[in-house]
Design a protein around this ligand. Structure first.
Ligand code: SAM
Length: 212
């Protein structure tokens, strides 16, 4: 969802109090930022932030951190926060490849991946957020009972994500190939921007919940 060259977005992000500017300095100390001991949940590739903002509003007893690579997209989330501030949500602009430099061991209680970029070329498989390379990173930062939830409408990416579980040594806890017709897994579902767009076209939404 890259919106190219939103004028001034980098500068606005650098000034925003909703964005953590030097996230590596917070490694191991994220709860201090929130001033409580509540669980920490992160969304990697939050896009314009609809999902994580709705989650933060619904669950004030959970601390949320939204991660997005591109300023031109993240800026939309910041603009929404300026209108409706949420005390339990911060943003980081970074590439998730650096995730273990930013969060300490077992510091994160849940990771959300929503409609991650498919990177269809085989030589780019390592860039896919549910790849074994990323699962190895997530394993380090997830707490004992931590887990990861992934939603997509991209069947090739979902098949790939399922195949990565065994080599990465993760457990499959829940699975659906049609989330919106699965009453149990739909409980408490919060729609993302992409989810709304693709499900309204009739695409089934795939989801799994996994743990290391
Ligand atoms: N999660 C949102 C949703 O479901 O509506 C946005 C989905 S969009 C297809 C994927 C987003 O992930 C893009 O905004 C992209 O910039 C971001 N992204 C992709 N790879 C990333 C990475 N390595 N680190 C951080 N963000 C990433």
């Amino acid at each position: 969802m890259r919106l190219r060259n939103v004028a001034g977005s980098r500068e606005e992000i650098a000034r925003s109090r909703f964005v953590i500017q030097n996230p590596k300095e917070r490694k191991g100390c994220w709860r201090e930022l929130f001033g409580n001991q509540n669980p920490i949940q992160i969304e990697i590739g939050m896009g314009k932030g609809r999902f994580i903002m709705d989650m933060a509003a619904l669950h004030p007893d959970i601390n949320y951190i939204g991660i997005e690579k591109f300023s031109s997209v993240l800026i939309r989330g910041i603009q929404k926060m300026e209108k409706e501030e949420l005390p339990n949500l911060y943003f980081i602009r970074m590439d998730a490849e650096e995730i273990t430099d930013v969060f300490g061991e077992k510091e994160v209680d849940k990771i959300y991946l929503n409609f991650s970029d498919p990177w269809p070329k085989e030589r780019h498989a390592k860039r896919r957020l549910p790849s074994r390379e990323f699962l190895n990173r997530y394993r380090i930062i997830l707490s004992e009972r931590g887990d990861l939830e992934f939603k997509t409408d991209n069947q090739a990416l979902f098949d790939f994500a399922l195949e990565e579980l065994k080599p990465a040594g993760w457990n499959l806890n829940q699975l659906t190939y049609d989330l919106h017709h699965d009453d149990k897994m739909m409980e408490g579902n919060v729609m993302t921007e992409y989810e709304e767009r693709f499900s309204s076209r009739g695409n089934p939404i795939y989801k799994y919940i996994i743990s290391p």
